[in-house]
Design a binder for this molecule. Sequence first.
Ligand code: SF4
Ligand code: SF4
Length: 222
Amino acid sequence: MITAEQKPIDEIREMIAPYKRVLAVGCASCVAECAAGGEKETAMLASTLRMADKMDGEERLIEEMTIDRQCVKEFVLLLDDVVDKYDAVLSLGCGAGVQAVADMYPEVPVIPALNTEFMGETKDQGYWTESCLGCGDCMLYYFGGVCPLARCSKHLLNGPCGGSMNGRCEVDPDIPCAWQLIIDRLEKFGALERLEMIYPPKDWSLKQGKGPRKIVREDQQK
Ligand code: SF4
Ligand code: SF4
């Protein structure tokens, strides 16, 4: 999933300051899972903003709604019936969600309420970690299901840096050394020979070299 965190409230207030009618739009998918932009967080943010306006004597209408997915046109269309009532949309979607709403309603300013962070997983309650950089050529087979690009602090492809202590990363002892995990897992599967290959530097052109990426699947098109 895509992870995100709410921007500081002062930054949000500064961005919405020119607008008198604001619709806060949450997203019930990834950003709900990471407790940044789901229905609950959207209601809390809208309420905080209303309260702050009240204390400052500001006249502003702030209402909220949450759609299932802000990055999917079919769901964004649900804003059609309401968006005209507002001067601006405050989006609690990820960066893709903000832009999907802005593309659909070019006449309405769409303001990001979140800082989008990384692709990752929920490890525990209130704890999310990065696990994939979206490199465009997945190598998890060779590394026993542990991505050294995302999870080794030095992004090493050909073995550990040598600084790991007790299975922890020398850069950040709060995280396990990805290479320790890779070696342990490949050993368990009897597949350590996969590490005898020399892996060339990653071809980042697959990720960033040709402009924004897109996937076109004709079999999925009507
Ligand atoms: S190799 Fe790592 S960064 Fe690339 S797709 Fe696989 S998990 Fe993601
Ligand atoms: S200690 Fe392990 S995870 Fe940390 S930088 Fe070195 S090899 Fe990578």
